[in-house]
Design a protein around this ligand. Sequence first.
Ligand SMILES: [Zn+2]
Length: 69
Amino acid sequence: MAETEKFVANTRGKADIWRFFLLRETEAGKVDHSTGYCKEYKASVKLGGGTSNLNAHIRRHIIETDDNR
Ligand SMILES: [Zn+2]
């Protein structure tokens, strides 16, 4: 694992869900579009060609927040 991981916003992502996620920039300066990282925990979420995995991940956060009330 590289010590200086660089995360960038997904400028291609048009879905609203992308405001909760970042993409990782590789050492070659390219953006890895295969995996999203949530801003809160930097948890990696595989992208299966769409944003359904991102939505599922964010729902887990919402459920956790509700449990804390
Ligand atoms: Zn998360």
